[in-house]
Design a protein around this ligand. Structure first.
Ligand SMILES: [Cu+2]
Length: 185
């Protein structure tokens, strides 16, 4: 429990700001309940021929009072004009791409690995596919109508070699695992 709380970042406001914000909070429950998580750093690279050295990423998560999660991924220093898949995965990054485990699913597919579009879809998982610009930078955002529980959370974002597939038998797959950022969601 303590670990979970420590991962969240709460804004520190002077008392005057808190008092003046009460009216705003009453009118805007999404702001009143917003909690956040953020991680930024150099990517763990699994394909050093494809992912440039010093490629970086930032992941920001906002958990609003309506019960949604809004996740934003920024990348810098990847290959220019390139299409990548990206998802929230259950484990932290490790020495190999497999260490991050499967995609985090809100409702877990009883059949693993999960490629059934009823479970492997961008509402039940967090998909952050992106296309980089001329400088190798890119951004993606996902909004899902659920939030992590203290007991079961994602712990990384993995970047893949292909955009995420959505077929009947390959949904959620996105090719090789290229890089990873550990995120304290
Ligand atoms: Cu993935």
């Amino acid at each position: 429990m303590r670990h979970w709380i420590a991962q969240r970042q709460y804004p520190v406001l002077p008392m005057a700001a808190i008092v003046s914000a009460i009216g705003l909070f009453a009118a805007s429950p999404a702001i009143a309940g917003a909690e956040r998580a953020r991680a930024e750093g150099t990517l763990v690279r699994y394909d050093t021929a494809v992912v440039p050295e010093n490629a970086r990423a930032r992941v920001q998560a906002v958990y609003n009072a309506a019960g949604d999660s809004i996740i934003t991924l920024h990348v810098w220093g990847m290959k220019p004009h390139t299409e990548y898949g990206a998802h929230a995965h259950v484990n932290a990054c490790g020495p190999t791409g497999l260490d991050a485990g499967p995609h985090f699913q809100n409702v877990i597919d009883p059949v693993q690995p999960s490629t059934n579009p009823s479970y492997a879809n961008p509402t039940n998982e967090i998909w952050l596919d992106l296309i980089t610009g001329g400088s190798g930078n890119g951004v993606a955002q996902a909004k899902v109508p659920w939030q992590f529980s203290p007991e079961r959370r994602a712990h990384s974002v993995v970047i893949h070699a292909e955009h995420t597939h959505t077929g009947q038998t390959d949904s959620g797959t996105a090719g090789a695992r290229l890089a990873c950022l550990t995120v304290g969601f």
